[in-house]
Design a protein around this ligand. Sequence first.
Ligand SMILES: [Zn+2]
Ligand SMILES: [Zn+2]
Length: 322
Amino acid sequence: MRSPGDVGLVDGFSGGHRSTIRFGELSKLLPVGFVVATIVVLYVQYVFLHCSRLLQLDLPSDVRRKDEEWRGIVDFTVFHAITSVLLYCFGRCALTSPGSIPDGKGWELGSEGAQDAPGEQMAGSSRLIEKKHSGERRHCKWCLKYKPDRCHHCRTCNMCVLRMDHHCPWVYNCIGFRNHKFFFLLLIYAAADLIVINFTMFETVWWSTRTDVAISMMFTLACGATFAAFLMVLTTTFLGFHVWLMAKAMTTVEFCEKSLKKENYDSSIYDQGLYGNLCAVLGPQPLLWLLPVSQPRGDGLYWKGYGSKRASASSSREGAVA
Ligand SMILES: [Zn+2]
Ligand SMILES: [Zn+2]
């Protein structure tokens, strides 16, 4: 379900206000370029140095070593399957709008009285959990709108983001309610790809040190393997952190706020139990959790709180993430 104020997948191509802002600063696309370059370099190394060696394409088929050829086919297929999903998730994560506050009564600043009108779609500030210390509704001074729970303003994207997780420069987009699953799967498939590269390409690196190959090829393979190992450690650590956050029903912003407040950041007021927390990010169907389909239910505006706890969100602190 798309909310009226949502700028969707086509946002980047729509010529709308936000797309002008988003793609107006080319320097901010540099991290995206770095990610694309990394994918291309590792792809070329893996396919053209490792897989082609195992496939022995330079030899007639009757003299090829069958065991190596078979492993080449398996490595090539597995690597391409994972990389395809990874690229799809990368594209969707970068181009899907994380979701923003809808236009209309109830969310516009100064429309406090209209929000509880019967039949109003966005009715009910009473359904909101997070309030300011003074008891007032949280609002955004840049967007001039009331904020739903878990919503924060991103200065880079210049918009309020529903259930904001964080702004990710590597995809030049905010990670929020509508693209969090793509971001999470991107981490999973990036980690999977790097694990496959590290554990299967090592043999080719070793082979290059034992065989009469050009020193440049040996050097390229060694550098590529080291780079892939470094990225694997980084990515799996980051993935582990996000798995923990998801299991605890916390966003990165909420984790940072709790750390700043020195609160117990082992629990969230939005905790719905482990299964419920996984569904809140990966969707309601467990069989589709690892596929980039089946988005989580809800509109990203209202969230069920755990018990009757109330979070008092200080809008002044939001400057750090806002
Ligand atoms: Zn805002
Ligand atoms: Zn952002």
